[in-house]
Design a binder for this molecule. Structure first.
Ligand code: UD1
Ligand code: UDP
Length: 378
């Protein structure tokens, strides 16, 4: 008899990283009945991904509110999911990563008695305020999880240190690389109209791609980041800085007011996933505080400066293609200058490698789920 699987996600990165898994699970329709539930913690940025990967939600809680707060969002997700669990009664619930959706959905799955499968398990900074609230979302989800799918050996070791049983952990690679490899050729061979016009605007000039949204950078952090970007733009008028600005009002307001009138800074709406992949590939270097971008860029051979003090993704730092620069204006400017002026340094940081996966994570996850179902080991 087929098992009922519920895949829950709510934000852009969760959707990107769950899309190839949903596809893989659905390929085994005689083993698994698969339904998707979106909390819609994000709306437009989630719908962009759903549309590119041809996903449609079976349950949509439609929860996003402008400038939402963690208290209300957490409560709304737990409460909203009750009806979904009562109706569908999944045997297995898949959650991804470290967002409020991840933690609240795990809690709801635990209350309903569904087995919890956590994708991208075991990443840790061990600093509960950085990233905030993601570090605790991921740790708490780990306490509730039955099957931990760790992307790297290092993340498995983190789980073992928390006395999580080895039999419940599988090292699979990160599904973000599955998504990237499934999309990159499609993107390059068939660029969108928007990419055609952005490409014409950039001409043959070099380009720095920027993203930023972390809660711990809101306020002062974003002021310092914007100051750094302005200084870089003024020092290098022949280089474009392109910044698809996250829709969070705590990001939109400072970024548009501080950078909106600098000639060689292009502020644009969040890009569709394939367009963003195209832009990463077109860039000389990337400045970001994103988790997912830290994983994708090394595969494309792009140096990444990470505007954070800690990272739960140490693998690419060890390999030398990602560097933590925090949000100090001077440090960001100096590190960018080094990459622009020192060729040897640039070459070292732009060695393509895949510390986060080989594109087969989803196949491993589904195979292990099948083995687990067969042997009733969980
Ligand atoms: C959330 C996650 C973060 C993840 C990030 C990915 C939490 C606590 N935060 O942060 O871990 O790295 O998503 O981008 O789970 N908004 C829109 N439209 C959208 C999306 C957001 O208007 O499609 C605006 C809304 O005003 C919303 C606000 O952004 O209230 C904040 O969204 P929220 O999901 O709470 O926080 P993020 O900063 O996006
Ligand atoms: N991304 C996108 N459009 C953009 C910026 C980023 O599709 O304009 C993708 C990016 O390729 C990566 C993911 O969004 O896969 C990262 O999401 P985000 O930075 O919002 O969240 P985080 O990874 O930090 O949780």
């Amino acid at each position: 008899m087929s098992k009922k699987v519920l895949v829950i996600f709510g934000t852009r990165p969760e959707a990107i990283k769950m899309a190839p898994l949903v596809k893989e699970l659905k390929a085994f329709s005689s083993d698994f009945e698969v339904r998707i539930c979106v909390t819609a913690q994000h709306r437009e940025m989630l719908d962009q991904v759903m549309s590119f990967f041809n996903l449609s939600a079976d349950y949509d809680l439609d929860l996003m509110k402008p400038d939402q707060n963690l208290f209300q969002l957490t409560a709304d997700i737990v409460t909203g999911l009750k009806g979904v669990f009562d109706t569908y009664k999944p045997d297995y619930t898949f959650v991804h990563g470290d967002t409020t959706t991840t933690f609240a959905a795990s809690l709801a799955a635990f209350y309903s008695g569904s087995r919890i499968c956590h994708i991208e398990a075991g990443l840790r900074t061990f600093n509960k305020y950085s990233p905030f609230p993601e570090e605790m979302n991921r740790q708490l989800t780990g306490r509730l999880t039955d099957l931990h799918f760790a992307p790297t050996e290092q993340s498995k070791q983190n789980l073992l240190r928390e006395n999580i049983s080895e039999e419940s952990i599988q090292v699979t690679g990160n599904t973000v690389i599955d998504a990237l490899l499934q999309s990159v050729e499609k993107v390059k061979s068939n660029p969108s109209d928007l990419i055609h016009s952005l490409s014409a605007k950039l001409g043959n000039k070099e380009m720095i791609l920027v993203t930023g949204h972390r809660r711990e950078n809101h306020g002062e952090g974003f002021m310092r980041i914007c100051k750094a970007l302005k200084e870089i733009a003024e020092s290098y008028p022949d280089i474009w800085i392109v910044y698809p600005v996250h829709l969070n009002p705590n990001v939109q307001k400072p970024v548009y007011s501080l950078l909106g009138s600098t000639d060689n800074i292009l502020l644009i709406d969040p890009l569709d996933y394939p367009d963003f992949v195209w832009m990463m590939d077109r860039s000389k270097l990337i400045i970001t505080d994103s988790g997912g971008v830290q994983e994708e860029a090394p595969s494309l051979g792009k140096p990444v400066l990470v505007m954070r003090d800690t990272t739960e993704r140490p693998e690419a730092i060890l390999a030398g293609t990602v560097k933590l620069v925090g949000t100090n204006t001077e440090t960001i400017v100096t590190e960018v200058q080094k990459l622009i002026t020192d060729n040897e340094h640039y070459e070292k940081m732009s060695q393509a490698h895949n510390p986060y996966g080989d594109g087969k994570a989803c196949a491993r996850i589904v195979k292990h789920l099948m083995d687990s179902v067969l042997s009733e080991t969980i």
